[in-house]
Structure formats: structure tokens, C-alpha cells
Design a protein around this ligand. Sequence first.
Ligand SMILES: [Zn+2]
Length: 406
Amino acid sequence: MKIIRKSFVFQLMPKSVDIHKMKKFCGCCHFVYNKLLEIQKERKKNNLKRLSYFQMNNELIELKKENPWLSEPHSQTLQQSLKDLHRGFQNFYEGRANEPEFHKKGVKESFRFPQGFKLDEDNGRIYLPKIGWVRYRKSRKVTGEPKNVTVRLKGGKWYVAIQTEEQIPDPIPKATSSVGIDMGIARLATLSDGTYYEPRNYLKQYEQALAKANRELARKQKRSQNWFKALHKLQKIYIHVANARKDYLHKITSEISNNHALVVVEDLRITNMSKSASGTVENPGHNVKAKSGLNKSILDQGWGAFFRMLEYKLDWNGGILLAVPPQNTSRTCPSCGHVSRENRKTQARFKCVSCGFEENADLVGAMNILRAGHARLACGSESEVSGAVRPTAAGTLREDLSEQLC
Ligand SMILES: [Zn+2]
């Protein structure tokens, strides 16, 4: 059996009395998060050990005594904020994310219930502890067992995200083929079977609209009613961009995961790539300008989300996503195996200096990536097996898959 987790997001239609409470709950969660972060930062400064989640909970009890208004929201929503902070630190210390920052007002306005909520789909409403029944725009049916519920304010509108879990029998992949994917800027993804997907740089498309919205925001007096209106307008464009990007990536990843049982990609470590552009004081980044341009494109195209979607969709279908280290994938001739920088005359074209094999460079990259994947699964050379990890784009470093397969 396998567990599938899904998230269903709906727009809420709260009454003004509900909105009042929800805003308050967001504020309380912010307050608790920032307070505990402050304590942790202070401890770090004094070389004291970081508080565990359990210890943070004890601090929360003290905080509640000092600030009685903190007992207005459901206590579990505050604990969830601490859980987020705890996870934020874990991700930071394990090298997956930046150090947790203070939450500013107006950013990350949300709170989560791990239990106590009730879903009434027939009447399109959800019961939120200490708030009551709130109606939502039911756009589809929720499948699986609801595990937690997050209420979020985004672009001036309230949303609820229902996280569910569902047990299904181990899927048997319908497809049997394997494919390598080369990610690029000119072509978002090139498959070793010759299929390719064009990039859609949505952020670029909306650059003017965003600049205009930003200018309008700058003209308003901060925190005035008009300022919030302008802020929501700006947020709306971002949401639109994000949704358009997500839809496109869903379409591609569904297609790939339905057509293939094994998908091999390069281990690109997106987060590292986008960080490395500016470099550090000791080690300033090379080619900073070109790199930051590249990173901007990568982030805009959503490579991280692409890998994440591909991974879980393949998993649903019983397929596998495999990441191989990017070694000479763009310089090796798929026909004779000759490795040379000279093989890659231009960014777009590959021509082997040894045997004359000629092909689109991205396609050659994808073919080599697939070959490297097959070599790994067959437990090839030591160097190919070691050091290979699954994509870190999802923010989690999984254990080496080849060990389970060999
Ligand atoms: Zn060749």
C-alpha cells in the first residue's frame, strides 16, 4: 500500500465577523512565531543551545500568561507556528533553506488546524475551531482523509487548503519506457525521445504590469487603505503568474509521468545554483551577471516545482524519478562515446569531432542523461553510483534510490 497526500485549495466566503477573528488568529500566530524566533536568536548570540520544539511549547505557556489575548485562537494553531519555526531551523541546519526570518505583517498571513475542523462538502462549508462554519467556493470534491487545514490570506482574499491522505494499492506503471530529460533556458525540457517543451516566462510577460503596480504602491502612504488596495492589486498579479506557471507545469509533468515509467534528470541543485550567483566575500561568484540572469530564468520557469511535481506524479503511477550527477552530459557523443568540449560547437548544436554524429545539443544531453541513469540502475562504475542523489529541488535530500534497486 502507498499513501498519497493531496492539497485542495478553495476560496473562503467568510462573514465579516469571521474575518475579524481570522485576522486576529493570523496576528497571534505571527506574534508567537516572532517572539520564539527572537528568543532563539538571542540564545544563539549567547552560545546557548537552541530550544527544542518541546521547550518552545513551555515558552508558549509563559507567553500566554503574559499576554492573555493569546488564548483567543485555538491553542493548536499557535503550536503549529512553533512547529513551522522548528522545521525552519531543521531545514536551515541541514542546508536546505535559509535561516528563519521574522515574519513581517502582511506576509505569510496564515494559521493551521491539525484537528478539530469538520468538512461539510454537501453544503460547501467547513467548521473551523473557535471560528465556526465558514462557506467556501466548492470547485471540486475532496478525496482522501482530511489531515489538516490551513487558512490563508492572499491578495485580499481568504483561502482554505485542505491536506488529505489516501491509501492506495501499490500502483503498477502503465508505461514501460524510460526517458532522460535535459533542462534548459531556450527549451524548458528536452526529452531523449525527441519531445521538447517550450519555456513560458510568465514573470517576464507581466513585467510591465508588475512595475506599474509597484509604482502605484510606492506612491501610496504606507499602511493606508489605498496602500493595502494597491498591495492587493500587486499580489493579484503575482498569484496570476504563479497559477499560470503551475498549470503549465502540471500539464507537462502529467504527460511525462503518464508516458514513462523511469525518468532520469540531472541533479542540478536549484537552490545552490541561485545562491551561487552573488558568491560570498571570500569567494565572489564568477560571471555574476550572466549567472543571475540564468537563475532568474530558472526560477521564473519553476524548475524546482517541475521536479517536485514530476517526482510525486511518477510515484503515484508507480514510476521512478532518478537524478544523476551532471558529468559531461553535454560533451559526450551518444554515438561513439567520445568526450570533448569541441563536440559542442555552439549552445544549440552538437557535432562529434570524432565520428561526425550531429544533433540538437539539448537532445544529446537528454540521451546522455538517460544513459547515465541506466548505468546507475545497473550498478555501474563506483563513481557513477556514489555521490548521486535525487533532486534537492523539493528541499529534501532523499536517500540514494539505487541502494534499494540494486
Ligand atoms: Zn562520436
